[in-house]
Write a protein that binds this ligand. Structure first.
Ligand SMILES: Cc1cc2nc3c(=O)[nH]c(=O)nc-3n(C[C@H](O)[C@H](O)[C@H](O)COP(=O)(O)OP(=O)(O)OC[C@H]3O[C@@H](n4cnc5c(N)ncnc54)[C@H](O)[C@@H]3O)c2cc1C
Ligand code: SF4
Length: 327
């Protein structure tokens, strides 16, 4: 597999980047660490003739306690003890992404906007051509659910669910300026494996903002995968909670790795606040989340198994987060 030629652009400010993006609309991709994009390019997946590299945009690599630039490397977060102390689910998730080598290059922005995955998509051009391509690249049908015009490719980033339960917001820059939105609203729950975000094509993710008042809440991110040293999530469950004695004061729960977007389940967790979180309530919550997700047969583990593991991982993640309270 080889990389086809492309023209590389290297802006130095956010404003220059966005202007360039406007000029090249529809003909470029942003290049962050390249650990997801470049392997996809080698497989000839949705190639663009221009790449806008973000490595020289100093603002994107800046990090303060609660504002993390989109180009901050995962390895930098992994090494920082403050991240472990303040956002334990995020620390869990970062340490679980791929391998140390990938984390040394991979960035927060690239992880949040990582391409969705599917058996029939993440294949060489030769492999895909032999089957007749698919909706997500070069084709006109889905091999997973053939009777649909929708793509079911799975969102397989580890960081998003963990940052969602931390209450993170993202800062976006586009032609009409900058804006902030809660991270869970970055993902389009009405979309699919192709149209999976709410920001416009070409908009730039500038930074992630973490709320100060959420610091130190006990949390946990648990990941199901086939090879623990290496693989993308087949399921990722993040939890963050606060308790006063037995009373549950706050609970956030987010799930990735089973649908085309990561999701937070506030409608299921909010009714539990203000009362003790008994084993029975946890079991009911876990079963409700498992019923709400829609895994399909496009990754290594079977959908029924992944769905059953949602309930198991929700129970485990809550139990482990609570241990953090007692500690
Ligand atoms: C062997 C291997 C194993 C992996 N395992 C995992 C895993 O277990 N968990 C996991 O989460 N990921 C995994 N990955 C995927 C990937 O390495 C990580 O998600 C990584 O964090 C992506 O970051 P990056 O900077 O390299 O992104 P890039 O590859 O540079 O970009 C990814 C996408 O995001 C877009 N993008 C990047 N930054 C911005 C921005 N600031 N604004 C707008 N768009 C942007 C790019 O255009 C591209 O579409 C794996 C990759 C490999 C090669
Ligand atoms: S879910 Fe269907 S359309 Fe989407 S990548 Fe897989 S085969 Fe292609």
């Amino acid at each position: 597999m080889h990389l086809d030629p492309f023209e590389l652009h290297r802006p130095t400010t956010v404003e220059e980047t966005v202007r360039l993006a406007g000029e090249l609309a529809g003909r470029f991709d942003y290049l962050a660490g390249g650990t997801d994009l470049l392997p996809n390019y080698k497989m000839h997946l949705n190639l663009r003739p221009h790449l806008i590299a973000l490595d020289r945009v100093a603002e994107l690599s800046a990090r303060t306690d609660e504002t993390w630039g989109a180009m901050v490397r995962l390895a930098d977060l992994e090494r920082d003890p403050l991240v472990r102390g303040r956002w334990p689910a995020v620390a869990d998730a970062v340490a679980e992404v791929a391998t140390p080598l990938v984390r040394a290059s991979g960035t927060i922005g690239g992880n949040l906007l990582v391409e969705t995955r599917c058996f029939f998509f993440n294949q060489s051009e030769f492999w895909r051509a032999s089957l007749g391509y698919c909706l997500k690249a070069d084709g006109d049908r889905c091999h997973v659910v053939p009777q649909t015009s929708r793509c079911y490719a799975t969102f397989s980033g580890d960081l998003a669910p963990a940052l969602m339960v931390a209450g993170a917001e993202v800062e976006i820059a586009g032609p009409s300026g900058r804006r902030r939105l809660p991270l869970d609203r970055l993902y389009d729950v009405a979309g699919d494996g192709i149209h999976r975000v709410t920001i416009a094509p070409g908009e730039l993710l500038v930074a992630v903002h973490l709320p100060r008042d959420e610091r130190g809440s006990p949390g946990r991110y648990l990941k199901l995968r086939v090879r623990p040293a290496f693989d993308f999530p087949e399921l990722g469950v993040a939890v963050s909670g606060r308790w006063t004695g037995d009373r549950l004061d706050a609970l956030r729960l987010a799930v990735g790795g089973v649908d085309p977007y990561p999701r937070r389940f506030d409608s299921l967790t909010d009714p539990l606040l203000g009362a003790p979180l008994t084993d029975e309530r946890v079991a009911t919550l876990a079963d409700s989340v498992a019923r709400a997700v829609r895994p399909v047969h496009n990754t290594f583990l079977l959908p029924d198994y992944r769905r059953r593991m949602v309930a198991v991982y929700v129970r485990r993640a809550i139990a482990e987060a609570r241990k953090g309270v007692a500690a």
